[in-house]
Design a binder for this molecule. Structure first.
Ligand code: DON
Length: 577
């Protein structure tokens, strides 16, 4: 054999070996990329330390609700832009007997709140301090600890103590944790507003000596607060020393929250909102979230089309998706609000026949401009729905929890002596009905500012069942109204396009919320030719691309293995055991 022939054979051999050694990229079980696997339990949250704390609680015999409380408290320390005890949210779960439960611990407006508190004498929205987004008046009365305590006392396993759930968070606050590049940079990105508030400036910006990747952030005041909460429970926050500190700092700085407001706060159990899509029962959050309603109306409209045949990423699919979502968001604007204050015709909005009417106005290959899309008529006979984490335990209990302080770092105010960063959830009420809020959402009179009212939310913790009724997957997201788009497109991806949970939440998405009349799109996956076809139908795209929320989820496979997934759009880790 000549040298040349030998070289050719060697090259062919090496070439084949390379292919043999490479992962095959075959779709194991039908899809890739692969989620994290756990035979007994799974915690998928946006910070590895918080996920590990959740897994530790599960290993100690705690159930998914116990773990959800511990993870939520840990995120208040390690994920300060959204994790919180100064905000609120929703916990949706299915217990081991198969019953669904929803805990509403959304913030409530202070007693002194009033319709026009965010507009000046000329009728313009106030900006900066005093506005609905920044400063002391932007905060609603936080609900997180009331919600967590209710969940723990009523639905916890009884095998771990409240103190055991708070202690890991307290230790993280006291001893500190190493900042990722993202977190270190994010503080600086928000410095212009954080530095206005001395405690936020000192704790998160080190008075101008900004944190860098690898630095350790300690929060000693928050550790002391968590220590009191570990000993005394949520009552410390609502009627104890913490309540006094919050009320005093509010009073000294023109805020509205008083000791009485804190005493008045109640977390509420709500009836979860049930809907279905192509034979799968879906359970989600009722008002004061709009998430379930917008999702069910959109899915009901889309059920009338063969989405599978259109393909997951085609212009034809996105056209129908955007048209359905545009109509559901128009209804959100008109009808949705805190059900304790306004009549919310929820059953009619998620009624299949109502979707049929809405569907009949969608045109083939032609966008309907939002100015021509009004809210639907829901009169007639009554027919018989940010940071998110998902947790599953060994007994099949599954928790989907989304909670928030609204904007990143909320109102930017850290309450003196407590280390608690407060929410700016008042902006989710209609500071000026008919005008856009922080997320560009136009909200109506029903959602006007009123004392003790819960602001309308888009948070959408959701559980989806298999056709036999067993739990299939649970998920949720962060990202304002884009949350709803992320959750419903992920569900469509699983049900219509056979994706696994990680593939489903990773796939590209669009978002349309009726107003403004433009589509948010993701450059990483939405192709220029898809957009060109849609422009031809009359759709308008935002000038720049942007992420459509970020999600976490857990799926149970046929053998009961828990599959955990974190959206590649953000940090976090799914840990199974
Ligand atoms: O409740 C809501 O709909 C909003 N306050 C959620 C805010 C949010 O998701 C911010 N996340 N990045």
């Amino acid at each position: 054999m000549t040298d040349q022939i030998r070289r050719v054979f060697a090259a062919i051999f090496l070439f084949s070996l390379t292919f043999a050694l490479l992962p095959s990229f075959s779709k194991v079980n039908g899809s890739w990329p692969s989620p994290v696997r756990g035979k007994n339990g799974m915690v998928a949250s946006q910070h590895e330390l918080a996920s590990q704390i959740g897994v530790d609680i599960l290993k100690k015999g705690g159930n998914a609700v116990d773990a959800a409380v511990a993870v939520g408290l840990a995120l208040a320390v390690v994920y300060p832009e959204a994790g919180n005890i100064g905000g609120g949210g929703f916990m949706l779960f299915r217990d081991k007997k198969g019953e669904f439960h929803a805990i509403d611990y959304r913030e409530m407006a202070p007693g002194a709140a009033s319709r026009d508190m965010f507009v000046d004498a000329k009728g313009d929205l106030i900006e900066g301090e005093g506005s609905s987004t920044v400063g002391y008046r932007a905060s609603g009365v936080p609900g997180t600890l009331a919600g967590f305590e209710l969940a723990f006392k009523k639905y916890g396993s009884g095998k771990v103590t409240w103190r055991q759930l708070v202690e890991p968070a307290r230790l993280l606050a006291q001893n500190g944790y190493v900042l990722s590049n993202r977190l270190a940079e994010l503080f600086v990105e928000y410095k212009d507003t954080l530095e206005r508030y001395p405690e936020s400036n000192r704790i998160f910006l080190r008075d101008g000596k900004y944190f860098k990747e690898g630095d350790t952030l300690k929060q000693p005041e928050l550790a002391v607060t968590l220590g009191r909460i570990a000993r005394l429970g949520a009552s410390d926050f609502y009627s104890g020393q913490t309540a006094k500190l919050i009320a005093a700092d509010m009073k000294a700085n023109g805020g509205l929250i008083t000791e009485q407001d804190l005493k008045n706060y109640v977390a509420k159990e709500r009836q979860p909102l049930h809907g279905n899509y192509r034979g799968h029962e879906i359970v989600s959050m009722p008002p004061p979230s709009s998430g379930g309603m917008v999702m069910f109306e959109t899915l009901n409209i889309l059920e009338g089309y063969d989405m599978r045949a259109l393909g997951s990423n085609s212009a034809a699919k996105y056209h129908l998706y955007v048209e359905a979502s545009r109509r559901a968001f128009a209804d959100r604007s008109e009808y949705m609000a805190d059900p304790d204050f306004a009549e919310v015709p929820i059953a009619k909005l998620i009624y299949k026949n109502y979707a049929k009417e809405r569907r009949s106005t969608i045109l083939a290959n032609k966008a309907t401009p939002s100015r021509d899309v009004k809210f639907g008529t829901v009169g007639g006979r009554e027919p018989m729905e940010t940071t998110h984490y998902t947790i599953a335990d060994k007994d099949g209990m599954i928790v989907a929890n989304t909670y928030t302080i609204n904007d990143l770092y909320g109102s930017r105010v850290t309450i003196k002596g407590t280390g608690i960063l407060m929410n700016d959830e008042m902006d989710d009420l209609a500071a000026r009905p008919g005008r856009p809020n922080l997320f560009g959402l136009v909200q109506g009179e029903r959602n006007k500012v009123e004392p003790k009212k819960r602001p309308l939310s888009s948070m959408t913790p959701t559980i989806v069942t298999r056709k036999d009724g067993s739990t299939w997957f649970a998920l949720g997201a962060r990202g304002g109204p884009r949350i709803i788009s992320a959750v419903m497109q992920s569900i469509i991806n699983v049900i219509d396009y056979d994706m696994n949970i990680l593939e489903a939440i990773s796939a590209p998405r669009m978002h349309h919320q009726w107003l403004p009349d433009s589509i948010m799109w993701e450059s990483n996956g939405i192709s220029p030719d898809t957009m060109a076809i849609m422009r031809g139908y009359g759709h308008i795209f935002n000038d720049n691309s942007g992420n459509v929320a970020s999600a976490t989820g857990i799926m149970f496979d046929e053998k009961g293995v828990r599959l955990g997934a974190i959206d590649p759009r953000s940090d976090g880790k799914a840990i199974g055991y």
